[in-house]
Each structure stands twice: as structure tokens, then as C-alpha cells.
Write a protein that binds this ligand. Sequence first.
Ligand code: NG6
Ligand code: CA
Length: 511
Amino acid sequence: MKNLLLIILIVLGSFSCNSPEKESNQALPNVVLIYTDDVGYGDIQVYGGLIQTPNIDALAAEGLMFTNAYATSATCTPSRYSLLTGEYAWRTKGRGVAPGDALALIKPGVETLPSVFQRAGYRSGVVGKWHLGLGEGEGPNWNGKISPGPLEIGFDYAFLIPATGDRVPTVFVENHHVVNLDHNDPIQVSYAEKIGDWPTGSENPELLTTMYSHGHDQTIVNGVSRIGYMTGGESALWRDEDIADEMLIRAHAFLERNKSNPFFLYFSTHDIHVPRIAHERFQGATEFGPRGDVLVQLDWSVGELVSKLKELNLYENTIIIFTSDNGPVLDDGYVDWAKEKIGNHRPSGKLRGGKYSAFEAGTKIPMIVHWPEKISNGVSDALISQVDLLASFAGFLNLDFNKEQAIDSENYWDAIMGDSSLGRDILVQEAIQGVLTLINKEGYKFIPAHNGPAIVPWGTEIETGFYPEDQLFWTEKDPGETRNLAQSEMEILKKMQKKLEDVVNKKSDKE
Ligand code: NG6
Ligand code: CA
């Protein structure tokens, strides 16, 4: 009788607690992708930076630090497009830096990284900067339902800066709606002409608490003039000082809600993009001015996420990926003394160029992968592209994906886990003006001849890497891209030219 009771209890127990499906789900690791904005290869302390980043460094100390990882592009929108779709953004026109009223660039039904996670039974969320357009037809419906957006392409939850911190509308969007909007005070946005009577930076510079240096002279919100015009929606406007806190509140809530099931969180920070306005408690935290302060704030945010994972007992079985969308910039349009106060800190490390550039600092970015249960600490110099996260996770999760769409994504799971030192043979990088470059695993870098300006043609003072003749550098020996080998290494140059052509023509081959 006792035995029978025991059997009944065991059987009941196995029904009530865990279905087999749930059981297998629970073994799956959670994934938190921390996608920072404009953080350069040399910005993090463990990569040689001088600004203290103890929380990010702690991830590197326990995890795998990559020295040859790349975003696909030297600007934000195309890098994010590739990261989420597994397709190089340049394959179709119109995927450059998006205005704040751009339509959704990723159409519903397209294969995406979050949709892979959804198919594996994960809950997926995005918290932070979007910058991939929202809505369709006439444009995003700021006063109604904003769709399509992340929820239509694989995310279960979204809390967004719609475009960037320096573009209107300066409001948060949660799922399909602007947060805290008073419908008696509708939002209007225009990127064509002034709308409403809110002051602008160019007309009323005396109202600015942060002055612009180039561009950024349109509608003033919170003492900062932006790109684009807006009026209305006063109750929904953010305070720049609170952005990092607001994002953490939503990220923590997402982790709480999903602590009992596998989740994918795309945590896409506003830091350290312009305008660089840290919370008051971080203002003056460094001697490097606002750019240093927001880097410290970013590091603090990483620490808060880690603490939350520990508190929820999820830390051991969560893969944390820390990386950046493109290289660093000092003056990106506001007077924040980034250049004047840089001292001996080298945001690009030993690399040449920066954000926007065809030189290495445009796309070579810090990347740390941390997973206490599986990854032992170390450094990897495997050639890694963010476009491969989709195929790599699909491979790990044993799922098929649409290879016609995610055409550029390849599975390098072993390299990402540190089980192999073999990454890609080649990858393509995109600079401004659609210039494509190629780097190979031997460290050769090919920049095709391009008749563009040598310096980014607005006030950032960054070298574009453009030159009217082909350039070939051996970055392994010459990380600063100073010796052009195009004449002396013709064979290598030709091979790389051909490889680049092959990648560019890949789609038409398939069709
Ligand atoms: C540029 C902006 C720059 C920044 C960038 C996008 C001007 C003069 N400059 O056009 O401030 O917003 O776009 O940055 O407007 S990214 O990291 O989102 O790609
Ligand atoms: Ca960026």
C-alpha cells in the first residue's frame, strides 16, 4: 500500500511539475545580448581603455574576449539590420542611418534572430535603441498603434527609443504605443520642415543646456536640440538623464517575468551615443567629460543586469554577449568636450579611423561572451562577424532557418564558445557612402578605390579611409593601416578583389 502511494505520488509529481517539453526548455541557456552604441575597440579597460569599466571587465575575466570581432557596418542601422536578419544590410538600398520617422526596415515574415529564439520556445524582448524604422504606409502612427515593429518580427516584448537619442520623437515606445502619451496633446513629427512652435537650436541657442557643434539644430527637447522637428506629446518626453535607468527598469522586469522560462533579451543601450547626458549621479564621474561619464554609466548598467541575473539565480545559465554596433567617435554633433578631454585614452585602440570609416576602427569592436556553465575564460582571435549570431544560435538550438533570407549568416558556434579558434575566412565591412571592404583571416584588409572625401564630410574629423586607388593593409602586422601594400602584393589584392565580388554577387547567384 505504501509503495502504491509512493508510485501515485511520483506519477502525479511528474505530471504536475514538468512536462518533458518544459524540462528540456529549462536546460536551455538564457541569452542577454548587450548591444552598445559607438563603443570603440579601445574603450573598455580590458581592451586597453583608461576609463574604469569594472563590470564589463569582470565579464571578460570570466568569459571569452574576442580580439577579431566585427560589426558589419561602421554605422548603426545597417549593423543592427545585419545582426537581426543575418543578411548584410548593403544588399538592398535604403538601409543606411535611418531618420526618426523611417518605416519598418525589417518586414514581418523575414527570418530574424529573435524569431529563431521564439521557435526554440524562448520569450524574446528588446529593450533600448531600435533605429530600424517603425510602421508602414504613411509612417509610424505615434498617436495610435505603431506597427509593424519588433513585435511583428519575433520579439514578444519591446521598450524602445524609436531611432536614436538625438532624433525626434524623444519618447519611449512600449510594444505598440508611446509611453505616457496624453491623447489631447498628439505628437507630430517632421523631418522635412519645422512643425509647431517649439523652439529650435538654430533659432534659440540661448535655450540650450547642451550646445550642438554640427547638425542637431532642430527641435529643442530637454535643453538639447535634435535632428528633426516635433511638437506635442509633452507628457511623453523623456529626460535624457533618465534613459539608462528607464531601460534597466524594463530589462529587470523582463527578466523577472521570464525567470522560469528561457529568454532572449536584446539590451540595446543608448550609451555611449550622443547626446551624452549621464544621470546626475554619474556627471563628473571621470576626468574625460560626458563621454567618460556615460561609459561609466554603461558599465554600471551592465553590473545591474548581472546583479539581477544573480539575484534570480539565472547567472550561471545565461549567455551574456557584450559588444558594440560600430566604432567610436568624439565630436558627433554636440559640444561635450569629448575631444578636448580625451587625454591618453584611445577609443580606437591601435586601429585607424572610427565610426563611419572604412578603416578598421569603423567596424572592429569589443566582444565578450560569458557563460559560466560552459565557457572557460580566455582570449580568442577567431574572425567573428555579428551577422553570424543568427546561424550560430540556430545551430546550437538545432533549428533550421531561412537561408535564402539570412543569406550571409554562418554557424560559428564553436568559435563563439571558444571550442575552436577557427572563425570566418573572410568578412565584409561597410563604411559610409556604401563603401565595402574585405578582411580575411590572415589579417589582410582590402579597401577598393573610392573617390570620396578623406575626412568624414561633417564635423567629426574622422578619416574615412577613402582613396582614389586600391588599398591593401596587413592589419596583423600593421594594425594602424599605415603601409599600403597594393603595389607590392598584387596577387593577394586580386584574390581579395575577387572574394569581395563573390560575396556581393552571392544573392543573384541564388536567384
Ligand atoms: C549622423 C549624425 C550623428 C549620429 C549618426 C548616427 C549629424 C550631423 N550627425 O548623421 O550625430 O546621429 O548620424 O549614429 O546629424 S548611429 O550610431 O546611430 O549610426
Ligand atoms: Ca552606433
